[in-house]
Design a protein around this ligand. Sequence first.
Ligand code: G6Q
Length: 551
Amino acid sequence: MLSLLPSYPALFAHKEVLSRQTVRSLFDEDSARFDAFHRKVLGWTFDFSKHRVTRDTLALFCVLGREAGVEAARDAMFRGEAINVTEHRAVLHTALRLPRSRSLLLHGTDVVPQVHAVLAQMEGFVESLHAGALKGSTGKSITDIVNIGIGGSDLGPVMTVQALFPFRHANVRVHFVSNVDRTQLALVLRERNPETTLFIIASKTFTTQETMTNAHSAKAWLADALGVEFESAKHFAAVSTNLEAAAAFGVAADRVFGFWDWVGGRYSIWSSIGLPLACSIGMQHFREFLAGAHAVDEHFVHTRLEDNVPFLMAMLGVWCVNVLGAQTHAVLPYDQYLARFPAYLQQADMESNGKSVSRAGLPIADYETGPVIFGEPGTNGQHAFYQLIHQGTKLVPADFIVPLRSHSHVPGSSHQAKLVAHCFAQSQALMEGRTLASVLTELRAKGVSEAEAQKLAPHRVFSGNRPSSMFVTEVVTPEILGQLIALYEHKIFVQGILWDTYSFDQWGVELGKVLAGKILSDFDKGTVEPSHDGSTQALIRMFQTQQPAQR
Ligand code: G6Q
């Protein structure tokens, strides 16, 4: 447990020492502060110099990481040990991005050839699609792919297809349906031509209620439009570990793309769950995406902790949450194409480390685990929730993510310069703040009366000293995006080690599913199970009064 590590108390003593200084004063004292507190990792520069840290803090981070056994835990994951203990599984999303020349034995079998066989199968499918050779049941080429999946079978594909939109293939459009709310399916289908639409049913288990409900509705939509005799096999593909269930649904064997139980849902974008992305950007780009992530794996495995970026990201998070008291963490991409990156990370991080029981099964009572992750693209967020980050009572550490070049730049346009200026300025403002004296000076200079200046000034003060990291790259490409996601994956992994949680299960999503089943059974039977609480019973009756219209 984190609180039992020998060096944990030293972090608090160190915080006291640091509290005599601000980050601004640390910059004033040390002209090389940026040099000491940034790292380059592949195509990214990670600047953490605006955090409340010194060289002593970094040394403590490394001591703590070694006491927690981060390196040994990392190596066990990469070796394929069953580190997902509560589900008795290995955690090998890193194997999905291994080059063909490598091997990795799991229970005596090399998984790398299996991984590359599925990649080859994906390649065949994607090439036929792009060539217009995939035909629907009326003989027309497929032009629109609709991915039906939820959670890990949706968020990665949605985020990456959007992030890499500039790399899309001209002949294909990719759409997503995840919610069991029929509105999402209806909105996607109203613009589609059934003759040229193919659905990918993406479900690791092929039993998820939302996904199967949408899949059956999609089949009914096709049958309505094309006649009940339409060739279903020409309009469906499936991505699943449950090959029998996919076949039973009517998906042709060569269009079922497998993956393995050692791939967690929220870590599955690298597997055939990435098929919608491959359909959008093509296999060459998809392989570059995998290569980007693999390069980060190599960095994570082979770099000493002092320079190991996922490790440093993780320890800065632990420092902010456990020592400085942060409850949240903002993810702020300054790239419209990365708009869904915060939502993607929300799942990756909060489903992994939103736990309150230690690996030994004991309650974690004396320290906090994963923070609330939230965010929106800049500059929009600046006009919405940044107020609280700058002047609220809470400490909100932030990650700014910014490519210097935009895919949408046109000569003479100032959009990108303004976007980047705002990004840099926000992290500067959070760190520097603004003193009462400087606000008063400005108000007086504007001719505001002394009484009015004294009244207004406190509202315009920024405390500053608020930590943020800056992730800078030249331009987002498949490889660069692969690197970014992998950096965060390994950060989450390291934090799970520090917090002593099992990061690769998600039992917290189960109870609601069970209770929904009971409520649905009440809806079906027209009864109200007396074991429900009074509120739930009343709510069930409210729906039942609407039922004739809603069933
Ligand atoms: C992710 C979770 C969860 C999962 C969905 C969809 O790590 O396991 O979000 O991805 O519940 O599950 P299926 O892919 O089995 O439909």
